[in-house]
Design a protein around this ligand. Structure first.
Ligand SMILES: Nc1ncnc2c1ncn2[C@@H]1O[C@H](COP(=O)(O)OP(=O)(O)OP(=O)(O)O)[C@@H](O)[C@H]1O
Ligand SMILES: [Mg+2]
Length: 245
């Protein structure tokens, strides 16, 4: 079983005049098992910084992060805001390129391509795909590595509302088929309610403001009454927090 364990995490940035700003302020968070956890918070509350520390792109000032799968270190996959496909490789080659485990790579790649509904695009180049299709390839590529832990930073924020809604459905479907421990950063509360088992709300200054368990049946649709009710409720609480920011 995989887990992400964050303890007493602090991150401070220093400017050139020596002034210190604390942007993550004592975050404790444990995500274990095949749980989908979203981190939401107003702009500047430290979501990306937190994810960058968890992924190792940035180092913390103090505190610990551990990514485990049983007795070993967890294998980590990423989905970024922009899909970052290699333009000179075809879709299937892009999915193959990231797989260190060579045995069976093409079968895995085709399986996840199928799950995002893009089998027919395997031999196209990224420039021959729409933005939404490219992001679906980005999601398939992350799953094709078969990571223990999946980290995502606002993967749908560059897309229009309708495309991002379709992609959320794709992401939920692929996650239900192939469950992972997920940490998903978004500023979109409705997205978080639709996708998550748990929502961690970060307050300005990088503190955990509240943790909301989402116990709704899956697959979920934005139009499901129970989803809509919870979305409205969380959004109202979130707006209060944003107003205070
Ligand atoms: N390299 C850096 N140097 C100094 N300050 C930084 C640096 N990176 C981020 N910050 C500051 O840290 C705070 C948190 O930034 P972060 O990008 O993590 O926020 P966020 O919650 O992801 O915001 P958004 O929703 O806008 O993406 C902000 O106040 C930002 O200005
Ligand atoms: Mg961010």
């Amino acid at each position: 079983m995989a887990s992400i364990e964050i303890q007493r995490l602090v991150k401070e940035f220093h400017d050139r005049k020596g002034a210190t700003t604390r942007v993550i302020d004592g975050v404790d968070l444990t995500i274990s098992g095949d749980t989908f956890v979203s981190v939401v918070g107003p702009s500047g509350s430290g979501k990306t910084t937190l994810l960058n520390i968890v992924s190792g792109i940035e180092t913390q000032t103090s505190g610990t992060v551990s990514l485990r799968s049983g007795e070993r270190e967890a294998k980590v996959g990423y989905v970024f805001q922009d899909p970052r496909l290699l333009p000179w490789r075809t879709v299937i080659e892009n999915l193959g390129f990231v797989q260190h485990e060579r045995k069976g790579w093409e079968e895995r790649a085709r399986h996840y391509l199928d799950l995002v509904g893009l089998s027919h695009c395997a031999d196209r180049y990224p420039s021959q795909l729409s933005g939404g299709q490219q992001q679906r390839i980005g999601i398939a590529r992350a799953f094709a590595v078969e990571p223990d832990v999946l980290l995502m930073d606002e993967p749908f924020s560059h897309l229009d509302a309708m495309t991002s809604r379709t992609l959320r459905e794709h992401l939920e479907r692929i996650w239900l088929e192939s469950r992972r421990t997920v940490m998903f950063v978004t500023h979109d509360v409705t997205e978080a309610v639709q996708l998550s088992d748990r929502i961690v709300v970060l307050a300005p200054g990088g503190r955990v403001h509240e943790v909301i368990d989402v116990d709704l049946p899956r697959p979920r649709r934005a139009s499901d009454p129970a989803v809509a009710v919870l979305q409205a409720e969380v959004l109202a609480r979130f707006e209060t927090l944003e107003a205070a920011a």
